[in-house]
Design a protein around this ligand. Sequence first.
Ligand code: 9Z3
Length: 348
Amino acid sequence: MEEQDTIVQQTYPMPASSTTTTTTTTTEQLLDNGQGVIDPEVYFNMNKPPANLGEFEEKLTAFVNHHQKLDNRVVFITSGGTTVPLENQTVRFIDNFSNGTRGATSAEYFLEAGYAVVFMHREFSLKPYHRHYTHNPTQDFLDYLVPKEDGSVSVDPKYASEMHKILIKYHQAKESNRLLLLDFVTLSDYLFKLHSGSRILARLQQKAIYYLAAAVSDFFIPKQKLSEHKIQSRDGAMTLTLDQVPKFLKPLVSLWASNGLIVSFKLETDVNLLVPKARRALEQYGHQVVIGNMLTTRKQTVTMIMKDKERVLSLTPEELSKNIEIESKIIPDLVNIHDHWIETGVTA
Ligand code: 9Z3
């Protein structure tokens, strides 16, 4: 196959951990078990960490230490889509579908259930509490406010009581230091931060949940194949060859997130694939829960899939008409699973 030939001919510098700097190695040598996917550790050696990784680690370590001393449960939520740049000085990129609604809404229910929340989200995607005002499809943010003659600004009385309730919850989360907002943009940014973040949370052992709601690209262009400058259109149509992203869930489960409860999401558009593919992910990675959701019904119904069981959580038409959110069912279900996980080491 032509694609295969391209991959095999490509040469990469040896990973930074290597003792020699002059040797190069082919992609073929870096492929994981001949499956055509680069090993995650090799990926980290071949790519530059994000510039703010040190700051990310510092903030997260302080947060985790604080909650470890208080014996609190902590959930590490990933939310929003990753980008895959087509150029090093990026003008164009491929994006993954996700507004961040699932992650931001879930964060609020976890906070209500007493968890401390690390909210690692795509920059400018939905954030807990803010989401009600920043990304409301029927009302823009400034339309909540009224200018006063004395030069001050107040909230339009129509919205004040609802906003008051949300503000109280937001301030409680902030004042008790139970909400840490961290962000990512690119796939590389995400992978480095997931790697580093899960290893920092690992000290919490079973007290940690990893709730991987971010929509993460399955394909990327390795740094070595990336055009430095903006790709020019003068040459006509463009053909893209994308490599497969390393299977990071495998080391996350077996190495990085020691004993934590790991919950991943499976997004499908073909309903017949949803449960089989979610089950395959559970078997392949050996983690505890996959939440299956369909693109078109993700706000109404999800399937909780575990090793020996599965159950569907859905909103009734009446609940839907009252704007009840499906996360109000997902999170209590997961809290039960987590209770059981802490007590017995198996899922409920
Ligand atoms: C999800 O399935 C999320 O529930 C959504 C949420 C992205 C659908 P929104 O943010 O959407 O509320 O707009 N996330 C995981 C998507 C994903 O990339 N899963 C991978 C897969 O399906 C496995 S990690 O293969």
